[in-house]
Structures are given as structure tokens and as C-alpha cells.
Write a protein that binds this ligand. Structure first.
Ligand code: ATP
Length: 424
């Protein structure tokens, strides 16, 4: 076995401005990264010399060095190579420009830059957000991170949008610390499935973010970084324009796609800076199944934590009479069947009460902060999520998996389309 291990130790010497890229694919495989000499960072988070960092299946990592370094990889990687061409200098300039805006904002006690990252799928939007946030927080800033990517977002579980105050750099393996995020439940994995609702929710989030930013002087000057999803055509493009307006963005960073860049230059008012950024050659395209797997993993981590920080969720029964379950959006009716004065889109934001039924098995339920059973259920942010692990129709009991013990913080729950098979 020791020989086996020896075989899998690789040492890399990185010149200044180059990066080591590696991927861990095989399930159950672990890869360890150690910085031996010099300085290096992973997506903007500095490595500590001599510390062993662990990566598991699904990890796609770039270790970048401004000054040059030596790193060691232990374990079986599926890909590992050193790249000399990276867009890091451009991303760093972008950070410097945002930093200038923050300094100006600070002097005049004004709001710092609100920047939105846009671009098609798999161009590294989330990664660039992470780099910019890490650089900001390393300079002592406290920016807000907003994630509008309902499919592959970095806040809470998939099917949500939200905001998170960034107070320290992302951890290499676990990302940003998820303390008290502001989360809204959308309930679908792509915005296409209910555009009207998506629009309502990000507008609501934008209003909350504007309030939040005013309450903290440091955050106000630090500004906001907004991640979006890769749907940039047709209705998706309209969402981007509406989000830019709702969040009152100052800067739009367009990754990779010149067509999108040109459209935005054409359609945005002059006071919004639209900037083109090249994508990194290291960004890995993910298949539909890889995306589904990463959604699944995010939900698993929500309940069970990560290998480094495991969590112990609770499982408990609850009587149907103790809770009320709703869904947002009723079945579409043809125009001729609509009550007078109702528009066809109205059904998309209808609050429908549901009786627990076997179809809910494995679904996530959002625990709402709403106090009334009306529109408030749509626009309230959520306390968190539980998962339905059993339904006993005879005894009228639901079994829930929950990060918190009983009782639930509220008895109003909203059904999400996202599912999780609890295999623990
Ligand atoms: P989506 O289509 O989900 O919106 P995205 O545009 O946000 O994707 P990312 O999630 O940032 O893209 O990147 C896709 C994958 O590529 C991630 O797993 C990320 O870790 C990896 N990645 C990004 N940059 C690099 C790099 N320079 N070297 C190696 N891997 C990278």
C-alpha cells in the first residue's frame, strides 16, 4: 500500500502567474494538496504553508501563484497539469477597479459598487464571484454576496436565491461560511419553470439587500457581488436586465460571450459599466448528470455537513394537523375558463393549499417565515428546509428530516420541486 501511495505523490513547481489545475473524479477518492514553498491561492483563498487540504470527488481546482511556488499533490487525480495562460491578471485588475470605487464610497459615505457577473453556462461565473469576494475580504472589506443561480448556487440548497455577508475568505473545501444567509425559496431548479415567480423573488431580494446594506457602514462601502445563472437568451436575458435594474447595479461583468456583452452595452444606460472578461481555460464543462450530482451533494451537505464538519440532522414525526403545506403556482387554465379580471400568468403565483400526499415523498419543504396564508408565503424569506422521508396516510403523520430538532420555527411550509433521497 505504501508503494501505491508513493506512486501518487506529485510535486509541481509553479512559475509566477501560472496555475496547477486538477480534478478528482472517482467516487471515494481523496486528494491532498500541500504548499511546500512560496505563495499560492485557490480561487482567491490563500494557502497556508505545510497545511494539508483535502479534496473529494467532483473537485475541480486551480492553484494559482502570483510569485511562484512548489506544491505537492497526494492521491489519485484524474487530471493534473500546469497552465501558464490564465486570466488572473485581468480578474485582479477588475478587483482593483472595484476597490477604487469602494475607497471613493467610503470617503463620501456612499454605497460601494454593486457588480453583477453574467455569462452562459460553464464560464466560471461562480468562480470569479468567489475570487472577487475573497480579494475584497482579504483587503478588510465586508461585501454582500448575492446568488441568483437557482440551479448551481452557493447559498443554502438548490432551488433558492439568497444573500450572504462575507466576513472571511472561503474555505478551500467548503466555500463561504453559511452563517445566517437570507434565503428565498423558488422551488425549481431552473428559472424557466416559473419566470413570473423568479422575477418577483429577485425583486424582493433586491429590496432586502438595499435595506441590509444601509444598516452596516462597512458593508455599505464594500458593495455587492451578484452571481447569476447561465440562462442568457430570450426570457433569461430579460431577467438579467430586470435584475440589473432591481439591484441598481453599477457594473456588469460579462464572462466569455461577446454577443451578450454587445447586447448589454446596447441596452444598459450609460451610467452602468459593462465590462468584458475572458473565461479561464481551466473552467470545466459539467454534464447534466454532473449538475444533478452537485445539486444532490449540496442538499446532502445541508443536512449532514461536510466530511470535515459533519452535522447530525434530526428525524421526527409530525401530525398533519400540526402543519399546513402550500405550493406556489396552480395548474394553468385556458383563458376561457379564467374568472373575470384574472390574467393567465396569475396562476403562476397562486398560493395553493395541499393535503399531504405520497407525491411529496423525498421533497424538500421550505419552512416559511410568513405569518399569513396569502402572498406573504411567496415573498417571505425562509428559516430553512426539511425533507419528507415518510408519509403515513393512515395515521396522518409525516416524517421529516431536519437540521434542527422539533418544533419547527413555523407551521407554514412551502413545497419545493427539489428532491433528496436520504440514504443515511
Ligand atoms: P454555471 O453554468 O453553473 O453557472 P459557472 O459559469 O458559474 O457555472 P463555475 O461553477 O465557476 O462556472 O466553474 C465550473 C467548474 O470549473 C467548477 O467546478 C470550478 O471549480 C471549475 N473551475 C473554474 N475555474 C477553474 C480553473 N481555472 N481551473 C480548474 N477548474 C476551474
Amino acid at each position: 500500500a505504501s508503494e501505491d501511495k508513493k506512486e501518487h505523490v506529485q510535486e509541481f513547481k509553479l512559475d509566477p502567474d501560472s496555475e496547477l489545475r486538477f480534478e478528482v473524479e472517482s467516487k471515494g477518492e481523496k486528494v491532498f494538496l500541500i504548499l511546500k514553498a512560496g505563495f499560492a491561492e485557490v480561487f482567491g483563498t490563500e494557502l497556508v504553508k505545510g497545511k494539508q487540504y483535502e479534496f473529494t470527488a467532483g473537485a475541480k481546482i486551480a492553484v494559482f501563484s502570483w510569485q511562484g511556488c512548489t506544491v505537492e499533490l497526494k492521491g489519485k487525480t484524474d487530471v493534473s497539469y500546469v497552465a501558464r495562460e490564465t486570466p488572473m491578471v485581468i480578474y485582479c485588475n477588475c478587483h482593483a477597479a472595484l476597490e477604487d470605487m469602494r475607497c471613493d464610497a467610503e470617503k463620501e459615505n456612499k454605497r460601494g459598487p454593486i457588480a453583477m457577473l453574467v455569462g452562459p453556462c460553464d464560464v466560471g461565473k461562480s468562480t470569479v464571484c468567489r475570487i472577487l469576494l475573497n480579494y475584497a475580504v482579504r483587503m478588510g472589506r465586508r461585501p454582500l454576496f448575492v446568488d441568483l443561480d437557482v440551479g448551481q448556487g452557493q447559498i443554502s440548497v438548490p432551488g433558492t436565491i439568497g444573500a450572504l455577508l462575507i466576513e472571511r475568505p472561503a474555505s478551500l473545501d467548503e466555500g463561504f461560511s453559511q452563517e445566517a444567509p437570507l434565503v428565498y425559496n423558488f422551488g425549481h431548479k431552473t428559472p424557466q419553470l416559473n419566470s413570473t415567480l423568479f422575477n418577483m423573488l429577485f425583486t424582493q431580494l433586491a429590496n432586502s439587500v438595499k435595506e441590509k446594506i444601509e444598516t452596516n457602514k462597512k458593508t455599505k462601502a464594500s458593495g455587492v457581488i451578484i452571481n447569476t445563472c447561465g440562462w442568457v437568451k430570450g426570457e433569461g436575458y430579460k431577467h438579467l436586465i430586470q435584475a440589473a435594474k432591481a439591484f441598481e447595479v453599477d457594473v456588469i461583468l460579462v464572462l466569455d460571450q461577446e454577443r451578450l456583452y454587445n447586447e448589454l452595452v446596447r441596452d444598459m444606460p450609460n451610467f452602468i459599466k459593462v465590462v468584458f472578461l475572458p473565461k479561464s481555460g481551466g473552467v470545466v464543462e459539467r454534464s447534466q448528470s454532473a449538475r444533478a450530482e452537485s445539486r444532490d451533494q449540496r442538499i446532502r451537505e445541508y443536512f449532514y455537513g461536510t466530511p470535515k464538519n459533519s452535522a447530525y440532522p434530526h428525524s421526527f414525526d409530525i401530525k398533519w394537523s400540526e402543519i399546513k403545506i402550500f405550493k406556489i403556482g396552480g395548474p394553468a387554465l385556458p383563458d376561457s375558463c379564467l374568472p373575470l379580471g384574472m390574467k393567465a400568468e396569475d396562476h403562476l403565483t397562486k398560493v395553493v393549499a395541499l393535503t399531504p400526499n405520497p407525491g411529496m415523498l423525498h421533497h424538500l419543504l421550505a419552512v416559511s417565515y410568513a405569518t399569513k396564508e396569502d402572498e406573504e408565503l411567496i415573498l417571505s424569506h425562509v428559516a430553512g428546509f426539511v425533507c419528507v422521508t415518510n408519509i403515513d396516510t393512515e395515521r396522518q403523520i409525516l416524517t421529516l428530516l431536519s437540521p434542527q430538532p422539533k418544533p419547527l420555527p413555523n407551521n407554514l411550509l412551502v413545497l419545493s420541486e427539489l428532491q433528496f433521497m436520504d440514504s443515511h
